[in-house]
Design a protein around this ligand. Structure first.
Ligand SMILES: [Zn+2]
Length: 1012
């Protein structure tokens, strides 16, 4: 399968939650043989298939079998009980879970007979798409049985997953009853999933397909009927003539081609194929057909290639034969010759990614350009090797097909298009300094971004346990990257020898990871645990550095480069010497070694660098340089490069990006300045953003700055970051001394995110330790107030996010100390939020309930800035609740301001409700069951102490309606509140409250947030 990668996906955030189990997998020295005969008829008026199947099951295992497990995968589409429906629901796709009956699918009319004896099948452990039956008599090793059954399939909507129809275009995949694989690890029964592929027994197929005569059918195997071959050839001839005409019609996107009426006459066509483990077919009356041939590189035998597409996609598909042929040729060249007679790609409307592979035939989803179509076709055709011929268990070791296939895809693009800029084309069209990113960099940037934030999982992870972004970024892309690194180290020739030995040893079989490792180690004579263990099975990072370069003064130009392994992967390190004449020498430091000698003279060397071509997926590349001919303190620094806006943090440059910025608030008025930062594609361990701005209200500089260093996370922390942030803005009204009122705060912090990286990152647990030193002053003709304070806080947050509910808690311990006045406080508070769906159908609606309690352990305060006070609600001046300068305000201290905060008591009202000892509140928000979904009703309930000893606690209630766009933006209209909060209708306009959070999590600035 091919997953579409968009620029957005590069920065997308994470969802889902499962856990991973470590399992030993046994090598397969034997395998079962399963041969199929199927007759099927397509009923295109009611979207069903009527079929009869005969399976010859040969027990080649050393065990006696009493039970057969059968995949009945069309039942995955039957209702909300299936693993498919649940997986899609959890990832936010609900068209099956809540789907209409007409869109759902199923398999029925099953009547299994074994050697003619009827057997009763049962559902396996609540999976409607897995069945089993007990054999009438035991199946001994070496013996065989014949299993027969009629079946009919209700074809689901093609918008759900892989099996389906869009109108009268048919994708008949995972469609027939099929025994699960029985191997050295036992039965491998698995429910059908979208995220997670398959595992099937090898055998032969003999399939007869009956359709109305004007359907064009593409399928696994060799077409047996001359009349049908003649029909296809006539379409090939017609297509060649018609292409210019098709190109005159509206192409791509929303263009359509009408379905002709189905012929009243029927035809039955036959396909046969051996040495395959699946059979799929596709039928469409609109198809144009192209035909070609490939001469294979090793055997020189010929394969017939077919491309079938709808006329409105002619623009992208007209050269599809070239893509199929080139893919088949290069995969054969590198891995071993294609062993079948036909290779076909068809244009289908598929919902499970950009394309999907089946033996001999692949289905391709909508491609936006010929360039994209070529990569998808090559990827899917490539699965004939990594899935089709080498039949690994895709569900459990998805990297063995998708990842190795991605390596071949990367290699194909760079071989055919050595100067490609595929990633640049996707990100801002390669503008600014994003102009030299190729196909390989897509994976490189994606992997390093996730790893830098501690969101990556190990390559060897069960498909269903991956977060959806890691499924693509790790299983596909990181595997491609590490195999690329291995190929670079071994050299293409030896690497190809390994792949061809693997191909020859395991073709038409079920290899396990250790089988692949054994072939590589035997072929190369090298121990490759650093690869097959460290890089495949763990999230350990690669980080190599140059520690020293010594040149021999008297010898004939020889020198020594010393390297150091700063990461946890003890792999080989490529050292490149870039000479002044631009020539480059390469040396490999073997695993465990720390130096290599080089042959260049010092004077001839421009610089020495680890991995000049960025082929090693290293997290930190800024320690890869050594410039021997410049002053010693600069030798390991990359040269500075000042560049506009942003870029790709390319190697050999210490990018400083800059851009003009404009901002404003009611005291600073307009601010104009420049932001200087190093946030680019490809994370850096040290990040900075400095944004000074001239404030026209303050008549001097306001602004923000932040510098942080991320310690690349290893096993205990997903990420850890140490930083310091600074902020200064005006707090003046229009007074005679514009420079007199402002605040400035400096906050060093440490942010730790806990978690085991093998787990899906749907639960986050973070600890933030933040200290602050701040100076606030108001000095003009009428006032002279200076506040200097220091504070520290400890905040622990827990966040769990599921499809139907979200739970979060933040517990804080906070302190503040004034320099003057000896005011101080220490308090503890806890805010818990529970959100759940109260309406669960196509219109999801949520209720959120927040509970807050805060208690001052100690407090003494005399100043009006009130660091010790709890606030349920304020008449503006929400900034007084912001002791640690976590948010931004239009008017931090102005009582006329509309802006409110979601912290402390969280009331959506203006009435001043304070306490200097404790406070508790509950805030409920309900999305109304109307469209659009941002209308809410809210209710706030609060308690605080009262000085009246007869009535020590007072309660308050506030309710109303609002518009909540997100947790960052909302506007609230209070409508009714308790009598003890005064009449609000005297001046209602002032009662409207506005939530505006510019720093959403109240956390230090994150690169990920900036990139969205
Ligand atoms: Zn794939």
């Amino acid at each position: 399968m091919k997953i579409g990668i968009t620029a957005l996906a590069l920065f997308a955030s994470i969802a889902l939650g499962f856990s991973q189990k470590a399992t030993e997998f046994h090598s397969n020295s034997w395998q079962q043989e399963v041969n199929f005969k199927i007759q099927v008829r397509l009923n295109d008026e009611n979207q069903t298939l009527s079929a009869f199947e005969e399976i010859e099951y040969i027990n080649k295992s050393p065990k006696t079998l009493d039970t057969i497990y059968m995949h009945l995968w069309p039942n995955a589409y039957r209702d909300s009980r299936s693993a498919l429906a649940k997986q899609q629901y959890n990832s936010g796709k609900k068209n099956l879970y809540y789907g209409d009956m007409k869109d759902r699918g199923s398999i029925d009319s099953l009547d299994f007979k074994v050697n003619g004896v009827k057997v009763q099948w049962k559902e396996y452990q609540g999976n409607p798409d897995i069945g089993y039956f007990v054999l009438p008599s035991s199946l001994l090793p070496g013996a065989k049985v014949t299993i027969t059954t009629p079946f009919s399939v209700k074809i689901p909507s093609g918008e759900i997953s892989r099996l389906g129809h869009i109108d009268q275009s048919y994708q008949i995949t995972q469609w027939y009853p099929k025994p699960a694989v029985y191997d050295a690890n036992g039965w491998n029964m698995m429910p059908y999933l979208n995220q997670g592929e398959f595992y099937s027994e090898y055998g032969s197929f003999d399939v007869s397909i009956t359709v109305p005569q004007n359907y064009v059918v593409a399928a696994t195997g060799d077409l047996q009927d001359q009349s049908e071959l003649d029909f296809l050839d006539s379409l090939v001839a017609a297509t060649k003539i018609n292409i210019p005409k098709f190109l005159q019609t509206k192409q791509g996107g929303k263009a359509t081609t009408d379905f002709p009426a189905s012929s009243k006459l029927w035809k039955t066509i036959h396909f046969k194929q051996s040495h395959v483990h699946d059979f799929a077919w596709f039928a469409d009356k609109r198809f144009a057909v192209l035909k070609g041939a490939i001469k294979l590189p090793h055997s020189a035998s010929t394969v017939t290639s077919w491309a079938m597409f709808v006329p409105h996609n002619t623009l992208t598909w007209q050269n599809a034969i070239e893509y199929i042929n080139d893919g088949t040729y290069y995969y054969s060249l590198w891995n071993g010759d294609y062993p079948y007679h036909n290779v076909t790609a068809i244009d289908g409307t598929i919902s499970a990614g950009g394309g999907m592979e089946y033996p001999n035939v692949t289905v391709i989803g909508n491609a936006s350009s010929a360039e994209e179509l070529e990569v998808v076709i090559v990827h899917e055709v490539g699965h004939n090797w990594f899935y089709g011929i080498l039949g690994s268990n895709e569900r459990v070791h998805g990297w063995m097909d998708e990842g190795i296939n991605t390596l071949n895809e990367m290699r194909f693009v760079e071989t055919k298009y050595p100067n490609n800029k595929r990633l640049s084309d996707m990100v801002l069209n390669g503008k600014f300094h994003l102009n030299d990113l190729d196909h390989h960099d897509m994976g490189d940037v994606m992997y390093r971004m996730l790893a830098a934030f501690g969101k990556d999982q190990a390559i060897e992870t069960h498909s269903a346990d991956f977060s959806s972004i890691n499924y693509g970024a790790i299983m596909y892309q990181k595997t491609g990257l590490v195999f690329y690194y291995l190929k670079d180290y071994l050299g293409a020739e030896l690497f190809d020898q390994c792949m061809q030995n693997y191909f020859n040893a395991w073709k038409f079989k079920h290899p396990q990871p250790q089988d692949l490792q054994r072939v590589f180690e035997e072929t190369t004579g090298k121990k490759l645990d650093w690869f097959f263990h460290d890089l495949i099975q763990t999230t350990d990072h690669i980080d190599y550095k140059i520690s020293k370069v010594k040149f021999n003064k008297f010898g004939k130009g020889a020198g020594v480069v010393q390297v150091k392994n700063m990461g946890k992967v003890d792999g080989p390190i490529e050292v490149n010497v870039i000479n002044k004449d631009k020539s480059m020498n390469s040396y490999w430091v073997e695993p465990g070694q720390t130096a290599t000698s080089i042959s260049s003279k010092k004077d001839a060397v421009d610089y020495v660098m680890i991995d000049a071509n960025r082929d090693i997926p290293e997290l930190n590349r800024s320690n890869n340089y050594y410039y021997p001919n410049i002053p010693f303190f600069m030798r390991k620094q990359e040269p500075l490069a000042l560049e506009f806006f942003s870029g790709d943090n390319e190697g050999g440059k210490n990018n400083i990006f800059w851009m003009p910025i404009i901002a404003g608030n009611s005291n600073d008025h307009t601010m104009l300045g420049v932001a200087v930062h190093n946030f680019g594609l490809g994370p850096r361990p040290t990040q900075y953003l400095i944004a000074p701005m001239y404030s026209f209200g303050r008549k001097m500089v306001s602004g923000i700055a932040e510098v942080s260093h991320t310690f690349y996370p290893e096993n205990f922390f997903r990420s850890s970051k140490l930083g310091v942030s600074a902020k200064s803005f005006s707090t003046n009204g229009l007074t005679d001394n514009p420079r007199g009122a402002y605040f400035v705060g400096i906050s060093p912090y440490l942010l730790l995110e806990f978690g085991k990286k093998k787990n899906n990152p749907s639960i986050t647990r973070t600890l933030l330790i933040k200290t602050i030193a701040r100076h606030d002053q108001w000095i003009d003709n009428s006032s002279n107030l200076i506040l200097n304070q220091v504070g520290a806080m400890l905040s622990y947050s827990y966040l769990k996010s599921k499809a139907d509910y979200k739970y979060s808690n933040e517990t804080r311990l906070e302190s503040m100390q004034h320099f003057k006045g000896n005011d101080n406080m220490l308090r503890i508070s806890s805010a818990t939020q529970f959100e759940f769906k109260y309406l669960r159908n196509k219109m999801d609606r949520w209720i959120s309930v927040r509970a807050y309690i805060g208690y001052n352990l100690f407090a003494k305060s005399s100043s009006w800035i009130m660091p010790d006070k709890y606030m349920m609600s304020l008449s503006g001046a929400a900034g007084t609740q912001d002791n640690y300068l976590e948010n931004y305000y239009f008017d931090r201290y102005n009582t006329a301001g509309m802006q409110r905060d979601d912290n402390m008591g969280g009331f959506r009202s203006t009435y001043n409700l304070l306490s200097n000892s404790w406070m508790a509140s509950v805030n409920a928000t309900m999305q109304l069951p109307i469209k659009p979904d941002f209308f809410v009703a809210f209710a706030d309930f609060g308690l605080r102490p009262n000085s009246n000893s007869n009535n020590p606690v007072t309660s308050f209630v506030n309710t109303g309606l609002g518009i909540k766009i997100s947790s960052f933006v909302g506007i609230y209209f209070p409508l009714w509140r308790s009598w003890n909060m005064s009449n609000m209708y005297a001046n209602y306009g002032k009662e409207i409250r506005l939530t505006l959070k510019f720093n959403p999590a109240g956390k230090p600035l994150k690169l990920s947030a900036l990139m969205k």
